[in-house]
Design a binder for this molecule. Structure first.
Ligand code: ADP
Ligand code: DP6
Length: 325
């Protein structure tokens, strides 16, 4: 009972930032992302009736503690779903993405885990079902089932049965690019999970965030459908700034930004002033992602690499949805 799955990370253009139910991972707002071909996870799951507990290795290192607990708890959901609550698994995962540094390793990681585990058990489930299961490992991961642009519809039901991601256009609809500007690839101090909880619980700006998202989401979807790059980029950038503003209104306040983060943001504004359309977005970490069109790739890469403090720049096209090896 063994299978291997490959899933790519996704970067949100409209951010998921807050839960209404922490156990089922139900969000307070819908979100929208682009799956990237440059970063991915490959995970092998091997269910074995002789095991007395799960094992988890990440990039060749045996993992214990919180990261292990998260994987094992997630596998339990799938075991229960399959009616084999006591059959444990060996899990081997390789992240072709920095772990816990704001590059969405949790998204590719849990999507690959969900895909491999359900495939190993021969569960016959739709993408919608797989997205719902994946959501319970890490919210943003439910969007990585699909290639290209995907929307996680927050749903309303208390049991989460209407909270899952859907593709909004075919995966090859539009060739936009994203540069990941690496400033730091060390583990962050405040995980997305902890940061969003503190924000929901304490930020004086959280109501403002919630009231802004529906408009941003409706507008960006329109922009994606008609391929209006300036519109899509401008909304993504302003939505990211609103999300990060909520962290400054939290108690205690915090920010994911470093001085280098702001330097890259400023450079992106200068690139626009040169007449090149480019927009930034930032997740729960200091690194910046820059959205641009393919014809400007070499110019953008050159400018980003020259910024002091930038240690690497990785270029991505829209990535594919989950696949099995
Ligand atoms: P990131 O920005 O990388 O998504 P998060 O703090 O949101 O950072 O999530 C990182 C966490 O996701 C890790 O601490 C680990 O618990 C989990 N994770 C990352 N990669 C994998 C993987 N390949 N398999 C299972 N879990 C993973
Ligand atoms: C800023 O999906 O990592 O990247 O559901 O607690 O696992 P959990 O959180 P996670 O949060 C992602 C937050 C974000 C925005 C986004 O990807 O939409």
């Amino acid at each position: 009972m063994k299978a291997t799955a490959k899933a790519h990370t996704n970067i949100a253009l409209i951010k998921y930032w807050g839960k209404r139910n922490e156990k089922l991972i139900l969000p307070t707002n819908s979100s929208l992302s682009l799956t990237l071909d440059g970063f991915y996870t490959e995970t092998t799951v091997n269910f074995n009736e002789e095991l007395t507990e799960d094992t988890f290795s990440l990039n060749g290192t045996t993992i214990t503690g919180n990261q292990y607990d998260r994987v094992s708890k997630f596998l339990q959901l799938i075991r229960d779903h399959a009616g084999i609550p006591n059959v444990y698994a060996d899990v081997h995962s390789i992240n072709h993405v920095p772990t816990a540094a704001g590059f969405a390793s949790s998204a590719s990681g849990f999507a690959a885990l969900a895909g491999a585990a359900t495939k190993a058990l021969n569960l016959d489930i739709s993408d919608e079902e797989l997205s719902k299961i994946t959501r319970q490992g890490s919210g943003s991961a439910c969007r990585s089932i699909y290639g290209g642009f995907a929307e996680w519809q927050m749903g309303e039901k208390e049991d989460g049965s209407d909270s899952f991601a859907v593709p909004i256009v075919p995966p090859d609809h539009w060739d936009v690019r994203m540069a990941a500007v690496v400033l730091s690839d060390t583990m962050k101090d405040i995980s997305s999970r902890v940061g969003m909880k503190r924000t929901v619980d304490t930020s004086v700006f959280y109501e403002g965030w919630l009231s802004a998202v529906p408009h941003d989401l409706a507008e960006i979807k329109q922009g994606i459908i008609v391929k209006d790059f300036e519109k899509v980029g401008a909304i993504a950038e302003s939505n990211c700034l609103k999300m990060h503003a909520t962290t400054l209104g939290a108690d205690p306040p915090f920010t994911y930004w470093l001085d280098k983060t702001m330097r890259v943001m400023q450079k992106v504004r200068e690139i626009r002033a040169m007449g090149i359309p480019a927009y930034f977005t930032i997740d729960a970490g200091p690194n910046v992602k820059v959205l641009y069109l393919p014809e400007y790739e070499s110019k953008i890469e050159q400018i980003l690499r020259e910024i002091p403090g930038v240690s690497n720049v990785t270029l991505s096209k829209p990535g594919q949805g989950i696949s099995y090896l």
